[in-house]
Design a protein around this ligand. Structure first.
Ligand code: ADP
Ligand code: MG
Length: 532
């Protein structure tokens, strides 16, 4: 408001500005966050588009996964970063639904900005939204179909639903059974209530197509054998995993050994030879036929000389096993890592029927199968014709694995294709009639905001969003709880017949996280920059 003529613009005016500031900040935050949500809206659903992201170093990523898009995007505005965080949170909590949660948060922010401009207080809106989200979760829980983990069919359907929207969707007939079997193998279906995805090792190998992806009951190393001239296939193998080096010891960093004549030189070489031979003889004595060697940062984990001797003694060698893989390898083989030569005894080794080097594409990998005391682990070997597809196949499989994990955590399914959101919206509207005053208003805004999911699904599928959403609303009002958007036929049908089902946990967590994020942004009334 302009100050009246002649009045000094300082005193009163600055007060006015200050009063205005919180709401300006709030609106600017909302606008920034909504921009992020809008950017990934087009990726939602099976007909959603993919994004190509180029990093500063030239790396290109093609993805449909909300969390990945946001992670790679350079978001500067602090409030917009909250949306990045919310999709990350959904990724941790449920693994799937990362686009949905961001789109929902954007829509809730949109509704709240309308409520704010009507003059409602942010705290009131925030509190009502929290109540509404709790009520929404409560209602969703009444709409579920319970699930048994023995019901393979339903597990497969939910894995395919999550893969439907990915770049590799045409391969979902291969990837869904792999995801389901992998999870079922590492848990005890009768008692499990969580899955440790670390027990499922993903090995990516360029070459072939996604069709060639396979589930391997055993262990796969991404590298080829280290020894040349040694055996490339061993049956009834005894496998030892060592963490010490099979190479000549080095002096300390600041010391040097100076050799000044040939006899001394000979002695050094001889000592080195003896040192290495001594280790290898003990390895052989213990009956080991396959030696796995952890990567070392201090010196070569295994020297060329040692490789030569090992090959002569018909011991197969795989070197450069990463530190973080040790636990998985031990669990799989039922062996223990051996940190010093004294502990190289048969009890610490594992046994397997077959260890062999196999060619995949232009490269080679080492496969261990028929393990005697296998732990509950599996390995998935993902193949892809180029790096971009390979990486996206990995991310998509991760989503599918997470979907199955959600179902193990909470054994309940709901329909997909916008059906739960519309039903929820209707029931929340109904419920809001029992409320009074501002709360009712906020509940209605919340309910309306949920319609963004079917709206966007329809829009991305090339349907008329308004006509689709209104028809969907009508059919749900008539009691067709499972009517959803059938993107393939471009019509509204019973979505359960299309086998589009998803875990309850994905939807509940998306709604609660989106509501929480909205409340957070609403409650910010100032931004302070520090020079720290
Ligand atoms: P997110 O990253 O949130 O999982 P997606 O791109 O995977 O995003 O899209 C998920 C949405 O797509 C869900 O609402 C799901 O119900 C819907 N969906 C998946 N498959 C189908 C299908 N065949 N028909 C209709 N809707 C589908
Ligand atoms: Mg998904």
């Amino acid at each position: 408001m302009a100050p009246p003529k002649g009045q000094k613009a300082t005193g009163k005016r600055s007060e006015y500005q200050d009063k205005d500031k919180p709401s300006q900040i709030r609106f600017s935050n909302i606008t920034a966050a909504k921009a992020v949500a809008d950017a990934i809206r087009t990726s939602l659903g099976p007909r959603g588009m993919d994004k190509m992201i180029q990093a500063a170093n030239g790396d290109v990523t093609i993805t449909n996964d909300g969390a990945t898009i946001l992670k790679e995007m350079q978001v500067l505005h602090p409030a917009a970063k909250m949306l990045v965080e919310v999709s990350k949170a959904q990724d941790v909590e449920a693994g799937d639904g990362t686009t949905s949660v961001t789109v929902l948060a954007g829509s809730l922010l949109d509704s709240s900005s309308k409520l704010l401009s009507k003059g409602m207080h942010p705290t009131t809106i925030s509190e009502s939204f929290q109540k509404a989200s709790l009520k929404a979760v409560e209602i969703l829980e009444t709409m579920v179909t319970p699930l048994e983990l023995s019901d393979r069919e339903s597990l497969l359907k939910s894995a395919s639903t999550s893969l439907n929207s990915k770049v590799v969707s045409q391969n979902s007939n291969i990837l869904s059974p792999i995801a389901v079997d992998a999870v079922l193998k590492v848990i005890n279906p009768a008692t499990a209530d969580n899955v440790d995805l670390k027990d499922i090792k993903i090995v990516k190998k360029l070459g072939g197509t996604v069709e060639d992806t396979e589930l391997i009951d055993g262990l796969v190393f991404n590298q080829k054998l280290s020894s040349s001239g040694g055996p490339s296939k061993i049956e009834k193998a005894k496998i030892g995993l060592i963490q010490f080096c099979v190479s000549a010891p080095k002096t300390d960093m600041e010391n040097q050994v100076i050799v000044s004549d040939y006899t001394q030189m000979d002695r050094v070489l001889k000592e080195e030879r003896n040192y290495i031979l001594n280790i290898i003889k003990q390895v052989k004595k213990a009956g080991c036929t396959v030696l796995l060697i952890q990567k070392s940062i201090l010196r070569d984990a295994v020297s060329d000389l040692a490789l030569h001797f090992l090959a002569k003694m018909k011991i197969m060698v795989v070197k450069d096993i990463e530190r973080e893989d040790i636990e998985f390898v031990c669990k799989t083989l039922g062996c223990r890592p051996i940190a010093s030569l004294d502990h190289f005894i048969p009890e610490n080794m594992g046994t397997a029927d077959l260890v062999e080097e196999v060619a995949v594409g232009t490269d080679k990998i080492v496969k261990i199968t028929g393990i005697a005391n296998p732990g509950k682990t599996v390995t998935v070997l993902i193949r892809g014709s180029n790096k971009l597809v390979l990486e996206e196949a990995d991310r998509s499989l991760h989503d599918a694995l997470c979907v199955i994990r959600c179902l193990v955590k909470k054994k309940a399914l709901i329909a997909g294709g916008g059906a739960p959101e519309i039903e929820l919206s209707l029931r929340l509207m109904e419920f809001s009639n029992t409320l009074a005053g501002i709360e009712q208003y906020c509940f209605r805004a919340f309910a309306e905001a949920l319609e963004v999911i079917p709206y966007t699904l329809a829009e991305n599928a090339g349907l008329n969003p308004i006509a689709t959403v209104t028809e969907l609303r009508n059919r749900h009002a008539k009691g067709e709880i499972t009517a959803g958007i059938n993107v393939r036929k471009g019509a509204i049908t019973n979505i359960l017949e299309e086998n589009v089902v998803q875990p309850l946990l994905v939807s509940t967590s998306a709604i609660s996280l989106a509501a929480e994020c909205t409340r957070c942004i609403l409650k910010i009334d100032d931004m302070v920059n520090t020079t720290r």
